[in-house]
Design a protein around this ligand. Structure first.
Ligand SMILES: Cc1ncc(COP(=O)(O)O)c(C=O)c1O
Length: 419
C-alpha cells in the first residue's frame, strides 16, 4: 500500500498493510530485516547530499529514503514509524528501544532547569521516578493532579505548577497504571491552551496510551501533541521485546528523531521488524484479551475476599469518569487492578498459590501476568503517594491474556482460597 493513501483506511487495515512497500524489498511480501550498522554511498557527493538532507533538511535528497548509519535511522524504522503514525492517525512517529527511552527523550527534549512538569497520579513508576527524582537533579519542578477528570482540580494543579516555573509538559497516562484511573484528554488540551495564553508558551500535552493501546483509544484525535506508547506491551504483544513509540506532528517528531541520533536510543532492526509484525494482529489480540478481562473482572468484583475492582468497564453510569470514558475510549482494556481485603501477606499468599497466571511485572502479553503493585512496579513510589493514587498494600495488577477464560477464573478461584 502506498503510504500516501493512509487516510482512506481503518486503523485495523493500516496495521496490516501500511508502512512497507514490497518494491523496497526486492518484491518480498514481508519486509526484509536490514541487519547493517552503516550504509554505502555511490559517490562522495551523494554522501554529502544525504548528510545535508538529514542534518539541515535541505539539498537534493530531502524527502528521499537514504540512510547514513543505523543509529540515525534504518529501513526497519521507516516501515515501523510510518505504520505507527498511520495507526495513531498522526503525521509522523518515532520509535525507541523502550517505552522509558521514549519518555526520557521527551523530558530531555523539552525540560530545562527551572521548567515545570504536571503529571497525573498514579502513573507508571518509571515515569514517576523520571519526573520526581531524575529530572529535578537537572533543576526541573514537578506537580501532580489526582483526578484528571475534575476541571477545577486540574486547573488549580496547573496554576500551582506554573507558579514554580514555566509549565512545559502536561503528562496524562490514561487509563493510569495500575488503577485504570481515567484522565480527560479534551480537558488537558483546554488547560494547556489556557496556560499557554497566560505564560506566553503553550505546554505540550503528552499522553501515555500504553494501557489501552492504539485501537481502543486515539489520543491524536483529541488534539494532544504527543502520543507515547510502550510498544513492549500490547503492540509487541508477546512479552518478548522492549520498544517505545511517539506519534505527533511532523515538526515535533523531526526534533525527537534528530535528538535520538545523539541519545543513541533508537530501536534496532530486528526488534523493529518484530514490532511491525506484531502490529498486524494487535487489534484481534486486544479484542480477545478485553473480552476475557471483562469476565475475570466480573468474577473478582463478586468475590468476598476482594474489596474492590478498578476496571474501566465498571465506571458508574452518570459519573464524570464514565462520561469521559464514553467520549474517549472504545473499550475497557484488559489491564486493571483489584484490591484484596488485607495487605502484603494476603497478596503474597495468593500470588504464591497461582498455577497458571505468571507473577511478573509488565502487561499486554499473550499470557496473563499478575503482580503486587506496591512491592514491584510502584516500589520506588513513597507509600503515602501510592495510597493517594489508590494503590493499597492489597492492590494487585492483572494483565489478562489470551488463555481460555475459564482456566483463568479457575486459577484465581483456587488461589483466593488462601487469602
Ligand atoms: C504505562 C506505561 N508507560 C511506560 C512504560 C515503560 O515502558 P517500557 O517498559 O517499554 O520502557 C510502562 C511499563 O510498564 C508502562 O506501564
Amino acid at each position: 500500500m502506498e503510504n500516501k493513501k493512509s487516510g482512506d483506511f481503518h486503523p485495523e487495515t493500516l496495521a496490516v498493510a501500511f508502512g512497507y512497500d514490497p518494491q523496497l524489498g526486492m518484491g518480498a511480501a514481508k519486509p526484509p530485516i536490514f541487519m547493517t550498522s552503516t550504509f554505502v554511498y555511490p559517490s562522495a557527493q551523494h554522501a554529502k547530499d544525504v548528510h545535508e538532507a538529514y542534518f539541515d533538511g535541505t539539498g537534493p535528497l530531502v524527502g528521499e529514503t537514504n540512510h547514513i548509519y543505523s543509529r540515525l535511522g534504518h529501513p526497519g524504522l521507516d516501515f515501523l514509524e510510518a505504520r505507527l503514525a498511520a495507526i495513531d492517525g498522526a503525521e509522523d512517529a518515532v520509535a525507541y528501544c523502550s517505552g522509558m527511552a521514549a519518555h526520557s527523550s521527551i523530558a530531555l527534549a523539552y525540560i530545562r532547569a527551572g521548567d515545570s512538569v504536571l503529571h497525573g497520579r498514579p502513573i507508571y513508576g518509571g515515569v514517576d521516578y523520571l519526573y520526581n527524582v531524575m529530572m529535578p537533579q537537572f533543576g526541573s519542578h514537578v506537580t501532580s493532579y489526582l483526578d484528571g477528570t475534575d476541571e477545577d482540580h486540574v486547573r488549580a494543579a496547573a496554576e500551582a505548577a506554573m507558579a514554580k516555573g514555566p509549565l512545559k509538559l502536561i503528562i496524562a497516562e490514561t487509563p493510569a497504571n495500575p488503577t485504570a484511573a481515567i484522565v480527560d484528554l479534551d480537558l488537558m488540551v483546554r488547560i494547556a491552551d489556557e496556560i499557554g495564553a497566560k505564560q506566553g508558551l503553550r505546554p505540550l500535552v503528552v499522553v501515555d496510551n500504553t494501557l489501552l493501546g492504539p485501537f481502543a483509544q486515539r489520543p491524536i484525535a483529541h488534539n494532544v501533541d504527543l502520543c507515547m506508547t510502550s510498544l513492549t506491551k500490547y503492540c509487541g504483544g508477546h512479552s518478548d521485546l522492549l520498544a517505545g513509540g511517539i506519534s505527533g506532528r511532523k515538526e515535533l517528531i523531526a526534533q525527537l528523531k534528530l535528538q535520538r541520533t545523539t541519545w543513541g536510543n533508537h530501536l534496532d532492526p530486528f526488534t523493529a521488524w518484530l514490532v511491525l509484525r506484531s502490529l498486524e494482529s494487535v487489534s484481534v489480540r486486544t479484542e480477545r484479551a478485553m473480552s476475557n478481562a471483562r469476565l475475570v473482572a466480573e468474577y473478582l468484583r463478586d468475590h468476598p475476599k476482594v474489596a474492590g475492582v478498578t476496571y474501566l468497564g465498571f465506571l458508574p453510569e452518570g459519573s464524570r469518569q464514565r462520561a469521559v470514558y464514553d467520549r474517549q475510549c472504545k473499550a475497557a482494556g484488559s489491564t486493571f487492578s483489584f484490591h484484596l481485603h488485607g495487605g502484603e501477606a494476603e497478596a503474597f499468599r495468593m500470588l504464591d498459590q497461582l498455577k497458571l497466571m505468571k507473577v511478573a511485572v509488565s502487561l499486554g502479553g499473550s499470557e496473563t501476568l499478575i503482580c503486587h503493585s506496591a512491592s514491584t512496579t510502584h516500589y520506588a513510589v513513597a507509600r503515602e503517594q501510592r495510597l493517594e493514587g489508590g494503590i493499597t498494600d492489597g492492590t494487585m495488577r492483572l494483565s489478562v491474556g489470551l488463555e481460555h477464560v475459564d482456566d483463568l477464573i479457575g486459577d484465581l478461584k483456587q488461589a483466593l482460597e488462601t487469602v
